[in-house]
Design a protein around this ligand. Sequence first.
Ligand code: SF4
Length: 344
Amino acid sequence: MSMDEIYQQLKIKLHDVVPDFELKYKAELAHEINQLKKEKNAVILGHNYMEPALFHSIPDYTGDSLELSRQAAETDKDIIVFCGVRFMAETAKILSPGKTVLLPAKEAGCSLAASITAEDVRNLKKQFPGVPVVTYVNTYADVKAETDICCTSSNASAVVESLNADTVIFLPDEYLAKNVAKETSKHIIFPSKNGIGKFNNDMDYQLIGWHGRCEVHEKFTVEDIENIRAQFPDVAILAHPECSPEVVEASDYSASTSAMIKYVEQSSAPRYLLLTECSMGDNIAAANPDKELLRLCSVRCPHMNEITLEDTLDSLKYNQYVIDVPEEIRVKAARAVERMITIG
Ligand code: SF4
């Protein structure tokens, strides 16, 4: 696709989101990236939270972290450029050890992934011996390596139930864990970091959580929802399961980012409000010009925001930043991720 074709395509989709002079500049960058991508036999994966001009110009595949990991596992390209955050690029490396995986911005982290360490998981396993451990994919490779099975926001309850266990350790997102507890009718407890001996066999609990939070989704409140409904009584409100259980309860629908996209595409509400990362709202609005999406979002993930077209160009030019996972950790983490993938 020529630079002008990219510009025209961006203009159709993003004319009311991105100023024209910026679209021209971004189309130039996207053109250069796409050329280099071919020369280097690379594939670009773009998470749903990428900024609109990047999202609609350079990725070969877009989606949530699980969909993109699957693409990473299946690609025959030599290089995978992951436009997302570090734990996602690590998951790609776990599933495709023979490929070069690049993360365009070194600092692209995640508050959830940073909330727990492999040592924390080992301590929990000592505290609750024999209890299987489920971790959300939003964790680093060494944490995944300590766990029995991973999950995503779309299959968390199914993964917990697949274990057929009396008790399950579910890490690290407090709100996702509470939402899963509610959905599966389980009672949840939250041990303190060093609270060994605090819980005993007489207590009634089936889920053991952790106090990790997504710094984006924890910001939405029931009050936000009430204010919007007062203004727009016919709005369909969609909340990500990393939002608090109270917010999820007050919403009309709760699901992963990809399921939210499908919901908007396949339903016919007069208008929608997405309680998730802002760029995703812009991306869905651009892809569904016939739908009305309320643009009231002000919560941008600072980590996703690190990934720009400029960084992605440099990533391909200078082969940066290479993601490595030590083989011993990778093998164990792959087991947990692959087990999750078989559940779907
Ligand atoms: S949106 Fe939340 S869960 Fe996703 S990368 Fe940002 S901080 Fe992490």
